[in-house]
Design a protein around this ligand. Structure first.
Ligand code: BGC
Length: 473
């Protein structure tokens, strides 16, 4: 499904030059589908700024607040698990349309919530849309884009997530002056409706059309998206790959190498979440508060800075992933994240209240942590997870690894405030710092380097019994 997710031999610059030669419709398609990434980011980001006001209005304690944050994530697990079947049965376009409708309805109802309990249920429902979008949009993008620009289009999707988070932080900040959390949540009905309108205009995925037995319509769509001489070859390719039936469950039962690589996908996505990234994404204003920046405005603008650094640092990964390779960047990212979380913990241990210098240094560490994540684990874990699964088990592999991402995301969201209350900020951040150090070892022991290797080669290495760490050679 996501084969050649990043062009193994080319650099982004080369890809973009090639992309310029593509028909304009490809860009329109990419932009609209990437709107799903924007919504994903908006929904993830919006809660951090809204939470303090919601907590105040509904008198929600720690547990309730954690549930408000993480109900969306549990919904996303459910959405991800449903999306394989939905996108196969009803098509990628219709599935994205359903998610846009759920986004819109969910946004309106979350703005109208009359109790914390109602908000928890509405966010659970909204989460289903986030989960569906997180599986279907990259899938649709990878099927609509010509192979040579597929990498840059999927990276654009990740970039849109970070832009979504930043936009939510910004809009929360402007609205924080009126303390109006209802508008913060409700305003998301605007991008959801835009997404709905945009997607109705999009063509159906040619791969799905062939799957549904509509080859003539698939040819029509390809004619609009590709140069004339490419169309028949791609149709042949699609038919050939569809001959490889998606036999994920059968593979899971009968093939120990497939089980191994499923394990790798699970570990990778768990690692991404246990770096602690979403502790910062969801609770940034809270962290600024306990670091001594007590006014709402300071905490909110600090959070915007977090979002901005997150967007900008994603470009480092985009520029380097095909040149330097996945593992060196990940390794560097874990070092930066481990050190910065460790330093942050130490500063809280020393005590920040009386020293402005220490307060700023603590925020510096927090921002360094974001740089470490966005340049490495943020995009690259998604890239590797789209590369390691054998074709016939790719749907299942990506479903399981994506669901793991959301599940661990929920665990982190559900436990942070409790950890903070039970052991204080120093120990909490030390624990996350320590985990990042552990991940360096896991990276060296288990994770293959997939730069410049074809997906077929990765698959044949895996199935010939090579150790996981070597399947990229
Ligand atoms: C992660 C999200 C995270 C986001 C931050 C994504 O790659 O999966 O959990 O919130 O990056 O930019």
């Amino acid at each position: 499904m996501m084969e050649n997710s990043l062009n193994p031999n080319g650099h982004l610059v080369g890809e973009l030059q090639e992309a310029r030669k593509c028909k304009k419709l490809v860009y329109a398609v990419a932009l609209t589908a990437a709107l799903a990434g924007l919504l994903f980011g908006l929904d993830v980001g919006v809660i951090s700024g809204a939470l303090p006001f919601i907590a105040q209005q509904f008198k929600a304690g720690t547990e309730r607040q954690e549930l408000i944050v993480s109900s969306l994530l549990i919904g996303a697990v459910i959405g991800t698990l449903l999306s394989g079947i939905l996108s196969r049965t009803y098509g990628r376009k219709n599935t994205l349309l359903v998610s846009a409708v759920v986004f819109a309805i969910g946004s309106i109802f979350s703005a109208l919530a009359t109790s914390a309990k109602m908000l928890i249920y509405v966010r659970l429902f909204l989460g289903v849309a986030v989960g569906i979008a997180s599986f279907t949009a990259p899938l649709y993008l990878s099927e609509m884009s010509p192979p040579r620009v597929r990498g840059s289009l999927i990276s654009m999707y990740q970039l849109m997530i970070t832009i979504g988070i930043l936009s939510a932080f910004l809009s929360d900040t402007f609205l924080s002056y009126s303390e109006n959390w209802r508008i913060m949540l409700g305003i998301l009905v605007v991008p959801s409706s835009l997404m709905f309108i945009g997607i109705t205009l999009l063509p159906k995925s040619p791969r799905w059309l062939v799957l549904a037995g509509e080859k003539a319509r698939a040819r029509e769509v390809l004619n609009r998206l590709r140069h004339a001489e490419e169309v028949e070859a791609e149709l042949d390719d699609i038919e050939r790959t569809l001959e490889t039936k998606q036999g994920g469950f059968e593979l899971l039962r009968s093939n120990k190498y497939f089980r191994k690589v499923i394990f790798l996908g699970i570990v990778l996505q768990a690692i991404q979440q246990f770096t602690g990234i979403n502790v910062v994404m969801y609770y940034a204003p809270k962290i600024f508060n306990i670091a001594g920046f007590t006014s709402t405005s300071q905490a909110m603008w600090g959070t915007v800075l977090v979002g901005l650094i997150n967007v900008l640092s994603t470009f480092i990964a985009i520029a380097l992933v095909d040149r330097v390779g996945r593992k060196p960047i990940l390794f560097a990212g874990f070092i930066v994240m481990g050190l910065s979380m460790g330093t942050l913990g130490t500063m809280f241990h020393i005590g920040l209240q009386d020293s402005h210098t220490l307060q700023y240094a603590a925020i510096g560490s927090l921002l360094m942590f974001i740089v470490g994540f966005a340049m490495s684990a943020g995009p690259i874990i998604w890239v590797i997870c789209s590369e390691i699964f054998p074709l016939s088990g790719r749907d299942l592999g990506i479903t399981i690894s994506t669901a793991t991402n959301w599940l661990c995301n929920a665990l982190v969201g559900m436990t942070f405030l409790t950890m903070l209350n039970a052991m204080g900020p120093a120990h909490t951040f030390w624990i996350y710092g320590g985990l990042n150090v552990l991940f360096m070892a896991a990276l060296l022991l288990f994770v293959p380097e997939t730069k410049g290797v074809s997906l077929e080669k990765i698959e044949s290495n895996l199935m010939s019994g090579k150790r996981l760490v070597r399947i990229g050679r």
